[in-house]
Design a binder for this molecule. Structure first.
Ligand SMILES: C[S@@+](CC[C@H](N)C(=O)[O-])C[C@H]1O[C@@H](n2cnc3c(N)ncnc32)[C@H](O)[C@@H]1O
Length: 284
C-alpha cells in the first residue's frame, strides 16, 4: 500500500512539474524566465508566426488601420511608432490604407520576427523603418510621435508598466496611443490588468483613457490620448528622430556604407541585408 502511495505521489509531482514547465514556456511564453527567453522563443517561432495567427487583411484594415486613421483625422501623415512590431502588423495595415501618408517605425527585440516584417515590407522601406531594439528604452526623444502602438505584447514584457511609461514618454502631447489589454487569460500574475487598473495606469502616465473596446477572444483594444496639445510631428526621416542609445542627446546619421552612426560618440550600427537597422549590435 505504501509503495502505491509513493508511486502515486511521484506521478502527481511529475505531472505537476510537467504542467508547470509547459505553462512557463508555452502558456506564459517564457515571460517569467526573463527577456532572453521570451525573445529566444519568438526567434524560434518567427517563420511560423503569421501562419498561426492568420490575420485577415480585411479585418486588419477595418479594425486597426481604419480606426487609427479616424483617430487622427483629418491629418493623414502621422509619425507612428509601433512597439514590439513583430512581423510588421501595424506597418503593413497602415501602409495598405489608401489615405495613410505617414511614416511608421517598428521596434522589436526579436531579429527573426523583424526579418519576417522586412520581407513583407520590401518595397515600402522608404516609408517604414524596422529597428532591432528593446521596448524598455526607446531610442527617441520625449514627445516625438503622433501615434504610438503596441499590440498583443505588453504581457510578454518583463516589466510591462515600464514599457507603457516609455511609450507615453515618446508620444507627443495630444498624440494617440493604441495598445491591447489581455482578457479571458490564462493565469499570468503581474502581466494582465482589469479595465480599471489599465485606466489608472494610463492616467498615471499622463494618458487620458479614451476607450477599452472588445476586440478578440483574448484582447481588448485600449485607446488613449496624451494630455496637452502640441503640433503634429508628421512624416520625418528616421535621421531626424533616432537617438544614439549610448548618448541619447545625439541624433544618429546614415552613412553610405550601410551604417547608422552617432555624430558625437561615433557608436555605429549596421543595416542588415534585409533592411533592418541592427541597433542592438551597436559598436561603441
Ligand atoms: C505576440 S507578438 C506581437 C507582435 C505584433 N505586435 C502583433 O500584434 O502581431 C509579441 C512581440 O513582442 C516582442 N517583444 C517581447 N519582448 C520585447 C521587448 N522587451 N522589447 C521589444 N520587443 C519585445 C516579441 O519579439 C514579439 O515580436
Amino acid at each position: 500500500m505504501s509503495n502505491f502511495v509513493t508511486i502515486f505521489a511521484g506521478v502527481l509531482i511529475a505531472l505537476a512539474l510537467i504542467f508547470f514547465a509547459w505553462w512557463m514556456i508555452v502558456g506564459a511564453e517564457g515571460v517569467y524566465l526573463g527577456r532572453r527567453t521570451v525573445i529566444f522563443l519568438y526567434d524560434l517561432y518567427a517563420n511560423r508566426y503569421d501562419n498561426v495567427k492568420n490575420y485577415l487583411p480585411e479585418f486588419e484594415h477595418a479594425l486597426i488601420a481604419y480606426p487609427l486613421m479616424e483617430a487622427i483625422a483629418p491629418y493623414k501623415a502621422p509619425l507612428v511608432l509601433d512597439v514590439a512590431t513583430g512581423t510588421g502588423r501595424i506597418p503593413i495595415a497602415l501602409l495598405n490604407h489608401k489615405d495613410f501618408q505617414g511614416r511608421v517605425i517598428g521596434v522589436d527585440l526579436s531579429r527573426r520576427m523583424l526579418h519576417q516584417a522586412a520581407l513583407k515590407l520590401d518595397g515600402y522601406l522608404d516609408r517604414a523603418s524596422l529597428i532591432w531594439w528593446s521596448a524598455e528604452d526607446l531610442p527617441f526623444a520625449d514627445n516625438t510621435f503622433d501615434v504610438v502602438t503596441c499590440l498583443e505584447s505588453l504581457e510578454f514584457m518583463t516589466n510591462p508598466k515600464a514599457v507603457l511609461e516609455e511609450m507615453a514618454r515618446v508620444l507627443r502631447p495630444g498624440g494617440i496611443v493604441l495598445t491591447t489589454r489581455r482578457i479571458n487569460t490564462r493565469f499570468m500574475p503581474g502581466k494582465v490588468w482589469t479595465e480599471d487598473e489599465m485606466r489608472k495606469l494610463l492616467d498615471s502616465f499622463d494618458i487620458d483613457p479614451l476607450a477599452d473596446e472588445v476586440w478578440q477572444h483574448d484582447y481588448n483594444k485600449v485607446w488613449g490620448r496624451k494630455r496637452g496639445e502640441s503640433s503634429y510631428t508628421g512624416t520625418r526621416p528616421l535621421g531626424e528622430v533616432l537617438r544614439c542609445p549610448a548618448c541619447p542627446q545625439s541624433l544618429m546619421v546614415e552613412d553610405e556604407d550601410g551604417y547608422w552612426y552617432c555624430e558625437d560618440c561615433r557608436a555605429r550600427a549596421r543595416i542588415g541585408d534585409d533592411g533592418v537597422l541592427e541597433l542592438y549590435k551597436l559598436e561603441t
